[in-house]
Design a protein around this ligand. Sequence first.
Ligand code: GLA
Length: 389
Amino acid sequence: MDAKLLKSRFEDIFKRSNGELFFAPGRINLIGEHTDYIGGHVLPCAITIGTYAVCAKRGDHQIRLYSENFPDSGIVCLDLSATAYKKEDGWANYPKGMIHYLLKAGGQIDSGMDILFHGTIPNGAGLSSSASIEMLTGSILKKLFSLDVSDTELALIGKRVENEFIGVNSGIMDQFAVQKGKKNMAILLNCDKLEHEMIPAAFNGYKIVIMNTNKRRELAASKYNERRSECDEALSELRQYRNIASLAELTSEEFNKLESLLSCETLRKRARHAVNENERTLSAAEALKSNDLKTFGELMNASHRSLRDDYEVTGDELDALAEAAWKEGALGARMTGAGFGGCAIAIVESEETAGFIRAVSSHYRSRTGLEASFYIADISDGAAEWREK
Ligand code: GLA
């Protein structure tokens, strides 16, 4: 990214200079899918594609927001005293939500500001462009107004924006990964206690290839919320027999003995995924620590099958990519993020990546009639001020 160019865009749009630069990454999740909101474990990494911003305080109470990704929305203007959700503000509800809840939490944000956003995350790819904008805004506000707020608090405020402002009942994984990411590290996060451990993502000799279905994620929010309530329902049924606070407290062995007590096959499948995926994530973290990439890859494949067969969030496009990747010799491949379209990831031998991409691309085209896009994931630091290196 060219810092000078970004700054000159800020000057063009807002007719002022001396903006400060910030960056927040996107994220991929290596394994631990749909386990954050059941209090389980996840293993995401922040990536170098993300969102840049140029920003400066103002002398009045006006907030002006502009995104180069949504030029048709123009400059969205609001007053510091009127930060409620408005459907017509579209993308700007994400930064606005951060301002709204930071103010509610007592943050001394006492002047307006101008912010120009420039995202390099493909839209709707499931690589957390929304958490990226949220944590970017959080980091900007923290710095400009010297707010006394920790990384974890910022992540929780971002989650609140999703849950209460936007209306998606998502968990903490995306915001946490985007805020706390570390270069070349995967984050093993316990989403119940919010305790985490950094694990070197040493895929020596391999690359993480991101494979984008380029399929619009239709009804993703409503299906996501539906899965979440199915897990809640399964938990409340199981609580009649076992004193547990979350599905993540069960081992797969314990769950096998309990599953027949659930009232229907759908709940059995959802809960089975949740319990097994949580266990797989812990095993995968161990495998990564001991550099056992073969086991790691097998756990990724099992995760995809479980998301396909039990959780039913993959869809033909993600299956086509993962299955093509398996066929083309990936060490492991699976969908990443919420599913219902978006991206899959594959661990591929560095020297084989070009051929791998060609072959998967052709399988995908003939199975779905769509063109996939491919990016190599570089694991990045979390949201922060940014200086061009
Ligand atoms: C989305 C949500 C996360 C998480 C994943 C699925 O990315 O925002 O909280 O639930 O889906 O693992």
